[in-house]
Structure formats: C-alpha cells, structure tokens
Design a protein around this ligand. Structure first.
Ligand code: SF4
Length: 268
C-alpha cells in the first residue's frame, strides 16, 4: 500500500498503536463528543495563535498557504502561517514555519517548525509531534532543525523545545507506522486510557468483551498482561481463579481490609 505519513497518523500512534493501524486500514469510527469539542476549540484559537506567533517573531513580512511544498520554501518567506508542509511521502500541519539563517538545500536559510496544541502544558507527545515536523522539514530542505516551538493552551504560550532527544523515538514511530501498511504486521489491541475518546471505542470494547481480554482491567499494564500470558492466563475469568487471600495480620484485628488485586475485578 502506497501511503503518506501525516501528523494525524503520527498522533494516532502516540494515542494508541492499534488506533494508528485502524486509521491506516481506513476503518471508519464514530467521532466522540470530546474530540468534536477539542477540534472546535482548536479552530477557534487559530487567530489567537497566529497573533501570538507574529508578536514573538515580528517578521518583516509573512505569508499564508494551505499547502507548502519545497518550491514555496525556496521563495524564502520569513514566516509561513498555518500550513500543511507536504513532501511526496510525508505531510505535517504546523502553526507556522519560521525562517532562520543556516545552510540547507534551499540556500543559506532553512525553516524551523512551530506547532500548536490546545492543552495547557507541554507534554512529551507534543514534543514528539514537533520532532516529526522537524523530520519532515529535514526531508524537504535537507537540514533537520534541532530547535522548534510549541504553542500551548488558550493563553497561547510559546515554548522553545530542543528536538535532538526526540529524534530517535520519532524515527522509530515512523518505521513502525510503515510496517502497519501490510496486514502481516499489526499491533495488539489493548484497551487503554485513550479508549474513552477514541472513534473506534465501540468496536474495540465489544471485541475485548467477547474474548474477556485482560486489558479490560483498567489499571493493568501491557507488561503485566505479557507476564500473565506467559503463565497461560489470557482472560479476566481465568485470572479470577488466581486470587489467594493473604493471612490477616494480627495487628489488623477485626478491621476489614482486602488489598486490590486484578483477579478481584468482576465483570458483573
Ligand atoms: S478503542 Fe482503545 S484500543 Fe481501540 S483503537 Fe481506540 S484507543 Fe486503541
């Protein structure tokens, strides 16, 4: 399958690798209310984000393009606002591309990315997404920027991010994402904290329920599931038989106390 890796696909992987796989297989989900509200907020904040960028960068001129290719970058605009950076295999939406001095295939300048996220604090996911934008820029302009900016929250605060520590992980995600283009390599379906807002929630939930999958237990990790699978335990029902109550410590007296154990979880 010939595919373009874009920022939505990259973010989907950060939320849940199985979601990235379903998106790539063009499976249709149901947009959750939370996602609708988030995307509305994102659109509403764009004018404020642009004003914050113009204040911070104060360029002599700036341009706006729906889609920016290498030939647009060669023109050397000091700032390109709210655009999709496009190359043959990759594309990435950015809040802006800022021109800085330095050698590249474009000439004696290159661009650094600025991305926007409506969350109030900078998270590692946003930094990874910024690193992805830098990787796409690197492929387009022949120079990978090592510094980028994230604008966060409704206050539109601009934060500088050093990107080198995130490059390897971003590259690993890109390679992993490419492997999903074949049905041969598919990630495991593990319910997780993102499921509540995921468009594939209903399908995944009913599949997990039908096989009584261990990931239905809210606080269980993938590592714990692997350990249980290695012991031949694959369902919540099987796990429930492993509970052995500990002897009550003498100091505890008559007080009722049962420490939490995954095997105590009930599906009723
Ligand atoms: S519902 Fe959960 S497991 Fe399924 S794709 Fe979405 S996040 Fe992943």
């Amino acid at each position: 399958m010939n595919m373009t890796i874009n920022d939505s696909a990259f973010s989907a992987y950060l939320d849940c690798p199985y979601r990235a796989f379903l998106t790539l297989q063009r499976q249709v989900g149901t947009q959750r209310h939370f996602e609708t509200l988030r995307s509305r907020l994102h659109k509403k904040l764009i004018p404020r984000v642009e004003a914050a960028i113009l204040r911070a960068v104060s360029p002599q001129t700036h341009s706006r393009k729906c889609r920016t290719t290498v030939s647009d970058l060669r023109r050397g605009s000091p700032l390109i606002l709210n655009t999709v950076l496009a190359s043959p295999r990759y594309s990435c939406r950015v809040a802006a591309l800022q021109r800085v001095d330095g050698p590249s295939s474009l000439g004696d300048f290159y661009y650094t990315p600025i991305v926007f996220h409506e969350d109030a604090a900078t998270s590692s996911s946003q930094k990874l997404l910024l690193a992805f934008a830098a990787k796409v820029l690197g492929r387009v302009q022949g120079n990978e920027p090592t510094v980028g900016h994230v604008i966060v929250g409704t206050a539109c605060t601009l934060k500088r991010v050093l990107l080198k520590p995130f490059f390897q992980q971003a590259e690993d995600i890109i390679s992993e994402r490419k492997r999903y283009s074949s049905e041969i390599s598919r990630p495991r379906q593990l319910l997780n904290s993102h499921c509540r807002v995921c468009p594939y929630h209903d399908g995944c939930e009913s599949e997990a329920t039908s096989v009584d999958h261990l990931s239905r237990l809210e606080s269980i990790s993938a590592t714990e599931i692997d350990k249980l699978n290695a012991r031949g335990i694959f369902t919540v029902h099987q796990l429930s038989y492993t509970f052995r109550p500990r002897k009550r410590p003498k100091r505890q007296g008559e007080r009722e106390y049962i420490p939490y154990h995954h095997s105590l979880w009930t599906t009723q």
